[in-house]
Design a protein around this ligand. Structure first.
Ligand code: PHE
Length: 457
């Protein structure tokens, strides 16, 4: 099935036990803080409606074909992203330089996890707050105080960040297949069920319609080059594409499983959960007179108001932040795994050693983000705080650049036979659609968005 003379490669680190296993792992990677924390606040900062529309177009027209490209490259190479890109680069184009794309991905993963773990730490802290009843009948001022009590203290936020990082390293040490499939199978449905409960509450706030209008009425005059780039960045971030996480999971995918079907299922699930989060949060924001553009604290300062008012709110809130922590955890694992696989294969380290070394470096870098929400919050340059900058560079620049390189590689550098072999041996209509977007639509759209976001034209 491979290029002439080549044998199908075997995974170095085990395989998913079933197709459902892969879909679950991929969904576990995609569904996380990106859907529930980042989507609402970035949509809020960019004026809602028109941003959401651009985001949806980016998800389906660009994110989906790139996700399929990443999985097929990963499964064909069956190595960490650096070696996979080098190997396929050599096989398809006679140059190992494509490994640099993998290297950018590993580096991007470092940056992303360094702040992701800090926000993951906030969600763990919120389990404790929720269980202690701190949100009961709380007003906006109380909730703001609880939030800043956590994020503005480097000691408090640092401890939770440390705990979150230990949890993430722990699973990666054990090996990603074990436990992950089973956890996600329960987690994602439970999270959706709880969000539906919250949606029921949002409908009673009296501001539901206002929330819906904000989220879906496109006011194109509010759209700037910067917000189009933000929509693209959010699409990449929420789908986990552009840095090799999906490629790494694809390396563990059995040969006969359908890549398009798994990708479509995950993209639809991920998008639905983000929209659901928006529908839950904005009515609460408007009902309490909060500012939709207030930034990274949006979810943490709006949802507790709802929990504080509803019957059984302590239990619902505790469960919600517990599930959100799990969702963040399964994503964090997928951000760490590419770098760990790279360290293992490059320096022949054990899984445990590689995970602890990489994890510790990321943990240390995370403290700059911790400080940027606390004592260093007034230290601003370029886009704002350290967090604002690292978030912008990794999600709005590096992920799209990485994704562009990946999709160009799959669409232009790889032989038609190679990609058809992975995606659809019969090369039907779905395959042609993928190839058109991989060759033209996605590369052109990403390039134009990057250029306009950088204000180069
Ligand atoms: N998709 C994850 C989320 O939405 C974050 C992520 C980004 C995971 C990049 C892997 C790679 O929370």
């Amino acid at each position: 099935m491979n290029a002439p003379g080549a044998e199908r490669r075997r995974s170095l680190h085990g395989e998913w036990t079933s197709r459902l296993g892969f879909i679950l792992a991929l969904a576990g990677s995609a569904v996380g803080l990106g859907n529930i924390w980042r989507f609402p606040y970035v949509a809020g900062q960019n004026g809602g409606g028109a941003f959401v529309l651009v985001y949806l177009v980016c998800v389906f027209a660009i994110g989906l074909p790139i996700m399929m490209s990443e999985v097929l490259i990963g499964r064909r190479g069956r190595r960490n992203p650096v070696r996979t890109m080098a190997l396929l680069g050599e096989e398809e184009a006679g140059t190992r330089a494509w490994g640099l794309v993998g290297l950018l991905g590993v580096f991007t993963g470092f940056l992303i996890l360094s702040f992701y773990s800090v926000i993951g730490g906030w969600t763990v802290a919120y389990i404790v707050e929720a269980a202690s009843g701190a949100f009961v009948n709380a007003g906006a001022d109380d909730v703001a105080r609880i939030f800043s009590g956590i994020v503005s203290s480097p000691a408090v936020a640092g401890v939770w960040h440390t705990l979150f990082m230990i949890l993430t390293i722990g699973v990666v040490v054990l090996g990603v297949e074990q436990g992950l499939e089973r956890a996600v199978r329960v987690l994602v449905p439970a999270l959706v069920a709880l969000m539906l409960v919250l949606l029921g509450y949002s409908m009673t706030t009296g501001s539901f319609l206002q929330g819906v209008v904000f989220l879906f009425e496109p006011r194109f005059d509010e759209l700037t080059g910067d917000s189009v780039l933000a929509a693209l960045g959010q699409a990449f971030f929420t789908l986990s594409v552009g840095m090799g996480a999906v490629m790494t999971y694809g390396a563990y995918l059995p040969d006969h499983e359908s890549i398009p079907r798994a990708s479509i299922a995950v993209v639809i699930a991920d998008t639905s959960i983000a929209l659901l989060a928006g529908l839950v949060i904005f009515p609460i924001v408007f009902a309490h007179g909060l500012d939709p553009a207030s930034g990274p604290g949006l979810v943490f300062q709006s949802l507790p108001l709802a929990f504080g008012q509803m019957p059984g709110g302590v239990i619902v809130a505790t469960l919600f932040f517990l599930l959100l922590t799990f969702a963040a955890w399964t994503s964090a694992i997928s951000i760490l795994e590419p770098a760990v696989a790279f360290f293992m294969e490059t320096w022949e380290l054990t899984r445990a050693k590689a995970a602890v070394i990489v994890g510790t470096l990321i943990w240390l870098l995370g403290f700059v983000t911790v400080l940027s929400f606390g004592p260093w919050s007034d230290f601003r340059f370029w886009r704002g705080t350290w967090f604002d900058n690292i978030d912008h560079i990794s999600n709005n620049l590096f992920l799209p650049i990485g994704g562009l390189a990946i999709v160009v590689f799959a669409g232009w550098v790889m032989a038609r036979n190679s990609t058809a072999d992975e995606l659809d041996p019969e090369a039907g209509r779905g395959y042609r659609l993928w190839r058109i977007s991989a060759r033209y639509l996605a590369p052109v759209a990403v390039t134009l968005t990057l250029l306009s976001g950088l204000e180069l034209f």
